[in-house]
Design a protein around this ligand. Structure first.
Ligand code: MEV
Length: 329
């Protein structure tokens, strides 16, 4: 039986959250917590079976011949099903009536906000590309994955897909208008988890609503965020951590103005700053998920303790992870 295993990394938004949904840029770093996709060809035509024990999905069956609307499916399988459907549509002559078994597993909980939907989309489409021996550039892979995410959730900048594909640390503009790799060998961050799962779609809609009530104010906030992101890109390149930390603090002020910070995030951010962090901010949609603190070697332990003292969990992760890859054939 033909089989392939791929893995794609998770991500953390470094700067530019929300404004990147509105035609601006962001900085994103890949996290070496990987999501694996195991893809096997089945004898039965048009049959798709999905097992995803991390999200309690066992032997989910989808008939690829019927093309049943994905909005009627459990949300845990939508990205995988739509990835297969979009690949099948684009490469119909190669895919024909293939049957597939897809098993997924993850190093990280889907509640962390590390981007399990984007990693599973990238891992699945990349596995299909390799299994069917299609030659595709990173950019073409991104476009197919981005279409899939828009089909499933109707919004999103696509930054998380770029992190899962390229890995490392990237400067990214909405929809992949610009994707630039930044060369960096180390990024001294502490990651604090609030224990609260944020719903990205709801938070993006909340920001949209604030934008419709205060268009010029919110556009100014997005512009300021983009200025910080561009400046941040330069500071990363020169590894000027103290100045980059200042920009993180400034960006947190913008996230607060967008209305996406939360009590628990603020507690952890303030605690980290008081313990000597060079800068601290929320990461991602806000409302929960994770915060980031930039630290020096000397104050890392103190900052970690301060986050725990206010009820946060410190996630130990390797950053600047490699992008999507084949694990075995
Ligand atoms: C969510 O992690 C980051 C947002 O900017 C959404 C997106 O860019 O797709 C809020």
């Amino acid at each position: 039986m033909k089989k392939i295993i791929t893995s794609a990394p998770g991500k953390l938004m470094l700067m530019g959250e929300h404004s990147v949904v509105h035609d601006r840029g962001c900085l994103v770093v890949a996290v070496d917590q990987r999501l694996r996709v195991e893809l096997s060809l089945l004898d039965q035509e048009n049959k798709l079976i999905i097992c995803a024990p991390n999200v309690n999905i066992k032997d989910f069956y989808y008939d690829l011949a019927t093309n049943k609307d994905i909005s009627t499916l459990p949300k845990e399988v939508r990205f995988v099903v739509q990835s297969v459907r979009n690949f099948k549509k684009k490469y119909a002559d190669i895919f024909k009536k293939s049957g597939l078994q897809i098993n997924t597993s993850s190093d990280f909980a889907s509640t962390f906000g590390f981007g399990s939907s984007s990693a599973v989309t990238v891992g699945t489409i990349f596995a299909l590309i390799k299994l069917f021996d299609v030659s595709v550039s990173n950019r073409q892979l991104f476009n197919l994955c981005y279409q899939t995410v828009l089909d499933v959730q109707g919004l999103g900048s696509g930054f998380d897909l770029a992190a899962a594909i390229w890995g490392g640390i990237l400067y990214f503009e909405t929809g992949g208008k610009k994707i630039e790799e930044i060369s960096l060998s180390n990024l001294p961050l502490v990651v604090g988890y609030t224990g609260i799962k944020a719903d990205t779609v709801t938070l993006v809609q909340q920001v949209n609503s604030r934008l419709s009530h205060y268009p010029s104010l919110m556009n100014t906030v997005f512009d300021l965020s983009w200025i910080l992101v561009k400046k941040g890109k330069q500071l990363l390149q020169s590894q000027n951590w103290s100045k980059f930390g200042e920009l993180m603090d400034l960006h947190q002020g913008l996230s607060y103005t967008m209305g996406v910070s939360s009590c628990q995030l603020e507690k952890q951010i303030m605690a980290a700053r008081q313990a000597g962090a060079l800068g601290a901010k929320l990461s991602g949609a806000g409302g929960g998920d994770c915060m980031l603190a930039l630290v020096s070697d000397e104050n890392r332990a103190q900052v970690e303790q301060s986050i725990k003292d206010v009820g946060g969990e410190v996630l130990v992760v390797d950053l600047l992870a490699p992008g999507v890859r084949v694990e075995s054939k």
